[in-house]
Design a protein around this ligand. Structure first.
Ligand code: NAD
Ligand code: UD1
Length: 330
């Protein structure tokens, strides 16, 4: 079975490509390398000893996309490609709407005209806005607070409407919680340019002394120690969720949370990171970050029951693997 992976050179996409190759799927990647590097392809080969077909194309270019579909005869698509920085999306909304929506509409148009009906889409827990209770279930109300989140919600709506119009489509929407960690080889991981927005990449840069101190955004939330609580999930557990989604696919529109179901506070994450890596992470408490919520963690019962999803890595593994990736690539 041949799978088109858009954004396959990125953080989550590259780990998923490894899983797909290990499971015997053929893989075609389309990525414009806007937020990734070409050497990821060599690293995937090193880990799996298998080749992928790669097109450095922008999904917003419909003609190029048609060329891929006409040459490759893919059976299914996993759609990771997109821009994902929340703060940037607030400052550059048109760039986010243009890239994330045009690319997806082009992809769906090409799928329809080449009769490819199976797609797995990367959505985010951000579509739950500020949840009314915890853990978050798939049928909770949806809302967003920034253009990035709105693109995810809009794409979910587009997929829903597409399925209503043609129910031979097989659509799986995966709502990720907070992916961290890295491949155990140290070859694949998350390496954001500049100053990271997300917690784990920031912690890593403080641990390696690239950044002086971690700003902890608020310690007056109603949580175990006052700091924000999130559901961190190892990227390898998350990536395997996509293989399960493909294996369990059948016509329909299905939505699953991919998280561990456990909440961890900022300070709990910092302490665990320090302990397993035997390194100091200096931090100071600062004001809350605008738009942040106190707590967010998944109910993953649906993914467990219907997909057989079963995360196997714990917080210590996530901290160890995140640090190992950066140390290996320094
Ligand atoms: P990433 O930035 O590492 O990977 C995305 C890839 O898509 C990059 O390699 C980029 O070059 C490519 N891309 C972007 N626009 C493109 C276009 N128009 N044409 C071709 N390629 C394009 O991001 P990631 O962390 O691997 O996230 C993958 C997906 O999961 C994204 O859609 C993201 O919004 C979603 N998601 C990520 C997180 C997270 O915390 N990482 C959480 C929830 C959802
Ligand atoms: C962020 C995005 C969300 C996206 C998710 C995964 C925002 C507002 N939300 O979520 O849309 O789906 O990433 O990519 O950006 N923290 C600090 N100091 C830091 C960084 C973070 O204390 O330097 C805290 C935050 O307040 C939060 C926790 O760490 O409590 C996690 O933050 P982060 O990694 O940015 O993820 P989210 O806010 O959950």
């Amino acid at each position: 079975m041949k799978i088109l992976v858009t954004g396959g050179c990125g953080f989550i996409g590259s780990h998923t490509v490894v899983d797909l190759l290990n499971e015997g799927y053929e893989v075609v990647i389309v990525d414009n390398l806007y937020n990734s590097k070409i050497d990821v392809l060599d690293k995937i080969k090193k880990i799996t000893n298998k080749d992928v077909t790669f097109y450095q194309y922008d999904l917003c270019d419909y003609e190029k996309l048609q060329e891929v579909f006409s040459k490759e005869k893919v059976d299914a698509v996993i759609h990771f490609a997109g821009l994902k920085a929340v703060g940037e999306s607030v400052n550059k909304p048109l760039m986010y709407y243009e890239n994330n929506l045009f690319s997806t509409i082009n992809l769906l148009k090409a799928m329809k005209s080449y009769n490819v009906k199976k797609i797995v889409f990367s959505s985010s827990a951000t579509v739950y806005g500020s949840p009314k209770s915890l853990p978050i279930k798939e049928d909770f109300p949806l809302s967003t607070t920034n253009p990035y989140g709105t693109t995810k919600l809009m794409i979910e709506q587009i997929l829903t409407d597409l399925y209503k119009a043609d129910n031979s489509f097989d659509i799986t929407i995966l709502r990720y919680f907070n992916p961290i960690g890295a491949h155990k080889s140290g070859l694949l991981g998350e390496d954001p340019n500049g100053i990271p927005n997300n917690l784990m990449p920031y912690i890593v840069k403080v641990a390696t002394r690239e950044l002086p101190i971690l700003n902890v955004f608020g310690n007056d939330y109603e949580t175990v120690d006052g700091t924000g609580v999130r559901d961190y999930i190892h990227v390898c557990d998350l990536s395997y969720g996509h293989v399960l989604a493909l294996k369990n696919s059948k016509s329909g529109l299905k939505i699953y949370n991919l998280g561990t179901g456990h909440g961890t506070s900022v300070l709990e994450l910092v302490k665990t990171f320090e302990k397993v890596n035997n390194v100091k992470v200096n931090y100071k408490i600062v004001e809350r970050r605008e738009g942040d919520i106190a707590s967010c963690y998944a109910s993953n019962d649906k993914a467990k029951e219907e997909l057989g999803f079963s995360p196997k890595y714990n917080l210590e593994d996530m901290c160890r693997d995140s640090y190992n990736f950066v140390k290996t690539n320094q």
